[in-house]
Design a protein around this ligand. Structure first.
Ligand code: FAD
Length: 428
């Protein structure tokens, strides 16, 4: 049987490496496969995760959940082991991310490529699929005029984020031309732009810091602790990327979106570790009330002030928080221009309040060029969930991000690329 896989990204490569005993061609517009795969996990390729407790939070719909249940993380790790990639689990903040032991996405790329070659898959590089016509077979028409003929075709063209990697949304146009609907697409897992609520403060420079990100609107309640990165009024980091997809999907009519950053966890932990204060462990108790937290942070600030009031006001938080954030916290607490020796109880209270709940207005999320994934895609009601074959065109299959399926940050999207490719490999 002649099988044409359109798109040599993560899901197309995995599928081609699983298809043996067929006449398979991988059609890729670029001069190399897997350009996006090489960028994943900052070049380390976070390909799956060991934490799949709450599938409803991880994936956007039951269709994606069912794909995962058919081919889960252990299946993915075993498949990689078979082709030479030894999985390594790294735990950060209780989440267990899985990478190749070498920490290199390029190793994943070569293991897949060698397996694809050993399956005698033909690879058509620099071959941009312009249209597909159905006759006695599938006629795949390339922009250089060539027509390739197949008995089955798989659309593995990805979404429309990071389009310089090749996925520019043409897959959707191909699907529409074959009678499919597309669920509106938007950028997912993006950074967010912010300003300081009710304050004319500009954040310039860049820094990283651990914080709890809290967000509430009429439909969603989101709270995640992790590293937040700041760069000139743009925030990113895993909690921010995950929140961006929730906000994009939200039907809430809240015009102004406010997030609150809570820096107190590491603040209190640092003090607990260094000074063994009486309230050690209090923070760990999940029942800690906001009032207790306020009181504790105020008390720690006062304690800090007693030891360091010989310093300049601007340096009051120096050594605990990055300077850029300290400056903002002092500024929003109206302390920047106050002599440190004049600090009073209510000053510690205000500063404590902002350390626990620094308010940021979100102006907008970023565009597709900054998005790790695309939300939306081919309408899954038109696709058979057991085989991933189109319900409209027999012999046409879909894998990966071109479908309206996605997951949060942490290896869950490559997991979907694997799960969907495996289902298609079984059923084609
Ligand atoms: C910076 C970045 C980091 C990421 N990190 C992670 C991570 O650590 N873990 C994780 O799980 N996910 C991560 N992701 C998401 C993950 O990479 C994608 O979800 C995954 O690559 C989707 O696989 P795919 O096969 O569906 O699409 P892609 O990998 O996008 O592949 C689609 C392929 O189709 C080709 N193509 C498109 N149209 C045509 C056409 N008309 N003709 C011929 N070829 C065509 C493209 O050139 C491309 O090679 C990251 C994404 C980005 C951008």
């Amino acid at each position: 049987m002649r099988i044409g896989i359109i798109g040599g990204g993560a899901s197309g490569m995995i599928l081609a490496s699983k298809l043996t005993n067929h006449d398979v061609t991988l059609i890729e517009r670029n001069n190399k496969l897997g350009k996006k795969l090489l960028l994943t996990g900052n070049g380390k390729c976070n390909f799956t995760n060991m934490c799949f407790d709450d599938l409803n939070t991880i994936f956007n719909n039951d269709f994606a959940i069912n794909l995962y249940k058919k081919y889960d993380n252990l299946s993915f790790m075993n498949f990689f082991k078979e082709i030479g990639i030894v999985p390594k689990i790294e735990t950060h903040k209780n989440i267990q991310y899985v990478y190749p032991n070498s920490n290199k996405s390029i190793d994943v790329y070569y293991c897949l490529l060698d397996k694809i070659k050993s399956n005698n898959v033909k690879i058509e590089y620099n071959s941009y699929v312009k249209s597909i016509k159905i006759g006695s077979c599938f006629n795949v028409i390339l922009d250089d005029g060539r027509v390739l003929k197949y008995d089955r075709i798989v659309l593995a063209t990805g979404g429309q984020s990071y389009k310089h990697t090749g996925s520019d949304g043409t897959g959707y146009r191909l699907a529409i031309s074959l009678g499919h609907n597309i669920k509106t697409t938007s950028p997912g897992l993006t950074s967010l732009k912010f300003d300081f609520a009710n304050r004319k403060i500009k954040f310039s420079g860049k820094c990283r810091i651990n914080a709890t990100l809290n967000y509430i609107d009429s439909n969603n309640c989101f709270s995640e602790y992790g590293e937040i990165q700041f760069r000139d009024n743009i925030i990113s980091g895993i909690p921010v990327l995950n929140l961006s997809s929730i906000i994009r999907r939200s039907t809430s009519d809240n015009k102004t979106k406010i997030i609150r950053l809570d820096f107190s966890k590491s603040f209190i932990e640092c003090y607990n570790n260094c000074f063994s204060i009486a309230d050690k462990d209090i923070y760990e108790k999940s029942s800690i009330s906001l009032d207790t937290k306020r009181e504790l942070v105020s008390q720690l600030l006062f304690d800090r002030w007693q030891h360091t009031k010989y310093r300049h006001t601007k340096d009051f938080l120096c050594g605990f928080l990055p300077n850029e954030i300290s400056e903002v916290l002092l500024n929003v607490s109206d302390l920047s221009n106050k002599n440190i020796l004049d600090f009073k109880n209510n000053d510690f209270e205000r500063l404590s309040e902002n350390i626990i709940s620094l308010e940021l207005n979100l102006s907008d999320s970023m565009d597709f060029d900054d998005a790790q994934i695309t939300l939306g895609g081919i309408d899954i009601t038109q696709v058979d969930s057991n085989s991933l074959e189109s319900k409209i065109v027999k012999g046409l299959y879909f894998t990966g991000e071109v479908l309206d399926i996605d997951g949060i940050c942490g290896g869950y999207n490559l997991q979907l690329a694997y799960s969907s490719a495996s289902v298609v490999a079984d059923n084609i």
